[in-house]
Design a protein around this ligand. Structure first.
Ligand code: SF4
Ligand code: SF4
Length: 588
């Protein structure tokens, strides 16, 4: 390194390379036997036959020779033998930039086709990071990185715009379902789920936020969205800047922890999922006390747990599925999206090859932000366009916002008759939503299913023995096991001892009032998750409960009650489904 003609930037790149080398990196840098088996796995090669500079092994060698010259003894002693070579000029750095940013999307398809286990994308990312550290990068990378450092998200979305969009989507949902109770909760504490999104959703695709909110609402989820630190994408993955990667990941983790969220759910985004779930803790140097999950798994879980009902006949067009490189090859999300797809649409056609062998959308690795390589990117998309066309599908589904953009651009370029959408949109469209339970006085035809509350334990709390007898009989007739409490103290004692599945609560009891009991249940660590259905003869007290900004009761009925109202409300809370006599369709 003592060459006096070496530029300052080249000097720094070489020096910093030494700090980035770990066992995995060195194994990949040293392990190539130049067999050439990776060559035809790259979409750039397939679109540029005869040009060796696109071959993964050639591109990797441009980084490898620097490593060998400076960090491998063979390269220091026999540079001619192992073809090691140093870096000297800023022009050479520009040439390296053209390769690591402009000729590779870090898709890792070549990695899985290498018999030696060489993971080129890993050290290609390292090389990107080294160049970024000396200011050598495509302009788009600089702009997006700056936005994520300074504004906190990679599309420069301001906090007020984000919050306004959530409010707008909440209003849309309320108006669609004529229900002011549908909320997109912001910064709600101690929820089961904190939902993080891609800023693209705020800027270009807010319907995905509304669709997710709709699904959370009808699943009866206890969820929230953070007012800050909400961006789950991480440009550090693309730029190779581990400091940016760590800072972005920490923001999201710290906000989730501050809110006391039990699980961080990451909306459909390949690089967001990989950055947050798989890499974020390493980059950020933190350990987190909550779980993380892709929203694909969340939606699948809701269906499997019968928390939402879907009807696949609502999505009948022929669809195919594109595996995001980051979700699939890098994080193993292969089967879950397919399982979900088969539950929510009736006409699914695989694309070939698929899963680990699928081709990149060609917009990966931050390529969509690097406009100087647009022509090269679209040319390399030829193989992807052929793959899409061969399916005959009119819709391609992908669980990645980056892939949505990449695919949309190539579909336009290759004039394919196809649309791109995401699983959340399909699930939302297939969702069977319960007709709103009407207030007393309006008859709702309903067929009672035998013992539909079988196995459910319900605590009935009321100071009127006759009323307790009446309601207990109705519930027991429908299969429930009923426990009875005649005042607040007894209710608390029984709730703690019996841990019921649901409680009905009169809020106008003497002694410890129902409102006090309600507050007690909602703040008690062991009891707060038990759903409560308020049953009261004093509607004027209703506001004492509903004026509370958080944790409203799950159900509400005015006395006198009818069997129909009771069953519908309890059923709604349990979400066990009912048969409407006017339609044989099974509903929530
Ligand atoms: S397949 Fe692996 S060992 Fe063979 S040339 Fe490619 S990177 Fe090197
Ligand atoms: S990581 Fe993907 S784009 Fe990069 S060389 Fe390998 S196959 Fe090609």
């Amino acid at each position: 390194m003592g060459n006096n003609t070496r530029s300052h930037k080249a000097e720094k790149v070489i020096e910093r390379m030494g700090t980035k080398l770990n066992r995995q990196m060195v194994t990949s840098l040293a392990g190539c036997v130049h067999c050439g088996m990776c060559v035809n796995s790259c979409h750039y090669v397939l679109a540029n036959p005869g040009d060796p500079t696109y071959a993964p092994v050639y591109k990797a060698d441009q980084i490898r020779k620097i490593f060998k010259r400076h960090y491998d003894w063979t390269g220091s002693v026999f540079p001619w033998w192992v073809k090691s070579k140093s870096l000297f000029t800023d022009e050479e750095l520009e040439e390296l930039k053209d390769i690591v940013f402009g000729k590779c999307t870090n898709c890792r398809r070549c990695s899985i086709n290498c018999p030696m286990g060489v993971d080129y994308a890993t050290f290609n990312r390292m090389a990107r990071g080294l160049l970024v550290s000396v200011g050598v990068m495509p302009e788009g990378v600089a702009v997006v990185s700056k936005d994520q450092w300074e504004i906190g998200n990679q599309m420069g979305v301001l906090k007020e715009d984000y919050l306004e969009t959530l409010e707008w989507m909440e209003e849309e949902l309320q108006s669609e379902f004529d229900d002011p109770e549908i909320k997109i909760p912001i910064d709600k504490k101690n929820c089961d789920i904190v939902y993080s999104i891609n800023p693209r959703e705020v800027k270009y695709d807010p319907r995905t936020i509304a669709d997710a909110a709709k699904i959370f609402h009808f699943a009866g989820e206890d969820w929230t969205m953070p007012s800050e630190g909400w961006d789950m994408t991480n440009f550090g993955l693309f730029s190779g800047d581990d400091e940016l990667g760590g800072s972005v990941a920490r923001r999201l983790f710290e906000k989730t922890e501050e809110l006391g969220g039990k699980k961080l759910v990451i909306s459909e985004c390949g690089h967001g999922y990989r950055s947050t779930r798989c890499e974020g803790q390493n980059w950020g140097g933190v350990e987190i006390p909550f779980e993380m999950e892709s929203s694909v798994n969340t939606m699948l879980r809701y269906i499997k747990e019968d928390r939402i009902k879907v009807d696949k006949r609502r999505n009948t067009e022929l669809v195919t599925f594109h595996d995001s490189c980051n979700n699939a090859r890098s994080c193993g999300l292969y089967e879950e999206p397919r399982e979900l797809l088969n539950l929510v649409c009736s006409n699914f056609q695989e694309m070939y090859p698929n899963r680990a062998e699928n081709y990149c959308c060609t917009g990966g690795g931050g390529a969509m932000s690097m406009s100087e390589y647009t022509n090269r990117r679209l040319k390399s998309a030829k193989i992807k366009a052929e793959q899409l066309k061969a399916t005959g599908a009119s819709i391609v589904i992908t669980s990645c916002h980056n892939c949505v953009d990449g695919l949309t651009d190539l579909i336009r370029h290759y004039k394919l008759d196809m649309q791109v959408t995401q699983l959340v949109n399909l699930v939302s469209n297939a969702l069977v939503v319960e007709e709103k339970v009407k207030v007393p006085g309006i008859e709702i035809p309903v067929t009672v299913e035998d013992e539909e509350f079988k196995g459910r334990k319900i605590l009935v709390i009321d100071d009127e023995p006759d009323f307790i007898t009446y309601i207990s009989t109705l519930l027991e007739d429908n299969g429930a096991t009923v426990i009875k409490a005649y005042d607040g103290e007894e209710a608390i004692e029984l709730a703690r001892k019996e841990k019921p599945d649901l409680m009905t609560l009169d809020i106008s009891m003497p002694g410890k009032s129902g409102v006090e009991v309600f507050d007690y249940f909602r703040t008690d660590r062991d009891l707060k998750s038990i759903p409560i259905c308020i049953i009261t003869g004093k509607p004027e007290l209703r506001k004492l409960i509903y004026e509370r900004p958080e944790n409203p009761p799950e159900g509400y009925i005015d006395k006198p009650i009818t069997e129909r109202e009771l069953i519908l409300n309890i059923r709604k809370i349990f979400e066990v489904g009912y048969h409407d006599e006017q339609s044989s369709e099974k509903r929530l």
